[in-house]
Design a protein around this ligand. Structure first.
Ligand code: AP5
Length: 260
């Protein structure tokens, strides 16, 4: 695949100009801070894997390297927390309580969010879906939406990691309250403690990274999301990648898989 960053410096520079993904996060008429460059063969990828496996971290590297946008349903739902009471629909209030517990948000709510953001799926720069689809009904609905637009997914990247490492990653995760960049207290620390390298925002711990919520999230993954591996394998799209080791090595593995 083309459009990859060729050096750490180039990667770093691109990441400093992180797209605010306004069209995805805010929907409606919102425009992204860095408009996507149309291309002949846009990368259209789905990231799969258990909570905490490192999908968001790889998404950040892949977005910088491939020049695509990270479309995370989790980020849209978390952004809804910042809306005032009058702006929140009952479905959004419900969704936030599911998230807090670690449960999956109902399919209808998630699919409505995605439908409101169809222009991001039509984007001629491509996309990287992170955290969606997460159930077989969501995957089927996505398949129909894309088929109507004659858009095809190139690959589904399935990241794997032992559970003990996942728990370690989740407990040390810190996320930028402003631009949503992801750090880890020891494995990927920010240059200044609790301050985002990219935008200077405050780094916070997600409320669903509490041990009780992590257990619920893992169970939801086993029950509802893991069946997607077989679903997409049947479509010939699954590419399984070990998520062990440093993020940059996993990123290189991912590029090798995409090139193959
Ligand atoms: P979402 O935001 O999608 O979260 P998730 O899938 O649970 O995944 P995470 O963001 O927790 O982990 P990640 O794999 O991205 O790992 P990360 O890169 O941060 O969803 C949250 C909730 O929203 C759901 O539980 C659900 O309620 C709801 N929701 C969202 N979408 C939905 C949908 N479609 N349907 C229904 N409900 C939905 O890495 C984790 C940590 O490890 C970080 O600190 C990172 O710095 C560190 N790290 C990463 N890679 C490495 C490495 N290689 N070595 C060492 N440390 C690393």
């Amino acid at each position: 695949m083309q459009h990859r960053a060729t050096s750490d410096r180039e990667l770093g520079d691109t990441m400093n100009e992180k797209n605010d993904r306004a069209a995805w996060i805010k929907a409606g008429d919102a425009q992204c801070s860095i408009p996507a460059k149309p291309r002949a063969l846009p990368p259209r990828l789905i990231l799969l894997g258990a909570p905490g496996v490192g999908k968001g971290t790889q998404a950040e590297l892949l977005c910088a390297g491939l020049g695509v946008c990270q479309l995370s349903t989790g980020d849209v739902l978390r952004a809804a927390k910042c809306l005032c009471e009058t702006e929140r629909t009952p479905a959004i209030n419900d969704a936030l309580s599911y998230m807090k517990r670690g449960d999956l948000v109902p399919d209808d709510t998630v699919l409505n969010l995605v439908r409101e953001r169809m222009r991001c799926l039509r984007c001629r720069g491509g996309f990287l879906l992170d955290g969606f689809p997460r159930t077989v009904p969501q995957a089927k609905a996505l398949g129909e939406l894309l088929e109507n637009e004659t858009i095809r997914i190139n690959a589904v990247l399935n990241y794997t990691l032992p559970i003990a490492t996942i728990v370690e990653r989740l407990s040390g995760r810190r996320t930028c309250a402003n631009c949503k960049a992801v750090f880890h207290v020891s494995a990927r620390p920010p240059r200044v403690i609790d301050v985002c390298d990219h935008c200077g925002g405050k780094l916070v711990q997600r409320e669903d990274d509490r041990p009780e919520a992590v257990q619920v999230r893992m169970a939801a993954y086993e029950h509802s999301t893991k069946p997607l591996i077989e679903y997409y394998a049947d479509h010939g799209l699954i590419r399984t990648i070990s998520a062990e080791g440093e993020p940059e090595r996993i990123y290189e593995r991912t590029l090798a898989v995409l090139d193959a």
